[in-house]
Design a protein around this ligand. Structure first.
Ligand code: DC
Length: 219
């Protein structure tokens, strides 16, 4: 039995902590696709790429070698043999630019096979499944996922969560850009279970989703 769980939602709704908790509970490999876009944004900044100069992007992307490195249960994207530090991919500069790069179809196409291929990697490593978080997982990357969840929370709750992490992040601006782009916008995928995380603790969110999966008896 191998399951794929798609976990989507906007910025700071609690996706990563929830995904890590569920990965632990069910023995899954965890993939944060937001980190993929952040890592690419960071690498493209290093190459002095500009999200407005789409013409140059193909050549800049062709120079990057993508690989996967496991860090506990989390599979991380390495670029040219390196996984950039969290501080590098969560900097104010990356927070500002990541949605601009993520809106480019060439960049999303570039990541598509890599992201779908994560299920094979999870199988090879003997995990019981894959939990992948992002904005378009249940809609584009794994529309065939066994389970689809969409997390949301009000703006004040999300802002308070980011502030607690000590990050400067224009969450509302990023969400607006992610929702309004033409390619793979942030949406609640068809048939996904929506969960408002604002009134719940992290453990309650994990419990709620975990119990829905267990009740389904597929795992
Ligand atoms: O999850 P996050 O906030 O770290 O994601 C950073 C950005 O990456 C987000 O603003 C939009 C983009 N993203 C995306 O376009 N598609 C995904 N599946 C995941 C993230």
């Amino acid at each position: 039995m191998f399951i794929v769980i798609a976990l989507d939602g906007g910025a700071a709704v609690g996706k990563s902590s929830t995904a890590r908790g569920l990965a632990e509970r069910f023995g899954l490999m965890h993939v944060d696709t937001g980190a993929h876009y952040r890592t690419l944004c960071y690498a493209l900044h290093q190459a002095e790429a500009d999200p407005q100069q789409v013409g140059a992007l193909a050549k800049q992307l062709a120079e990057l070698q993508l690989d996967t490195r496991l860090d506990g249960r989390s599979a991380k994207l390495s670029i040219n043999g390196t996984v950039p530090a969290d501080a590098e991919i969560r900097s104010t500069k990356v927070n500002e630019d990541v949605s601009k790069f993520a809106a480019l179809p060439a960049l999303r196409d570039y990541l598509f096979e890599y992201q779908r291929g994560q299920a094979e990697i999870a199988r090879e490593y003997g995990y019981s499944g894959l939990i992948m978080e992002g904005r378009d997982i249940g809609s584009v990357i794994f529309p065939d996922a066994d389970y689809r969840f969409f997390l949301h929370a009000d703006e004040a709750t999300c802002a308070a969560r980011r502030a607690k992490e000590g990050q400067t992040d224009a969450i509302a601006t990023r969400d607006e850009m992610d929702r309004s782009r033409k390619t793979a916008p942030l949406i609640c995928p068809k048939g996904a279970t929506q969960i408002d995380t604002a009134p719940l603790t992290l453990n309650e969110v994990i419990e709620k989703i975990g119990n829905l999966i267990t009740a389904d008896k597929q795992i």
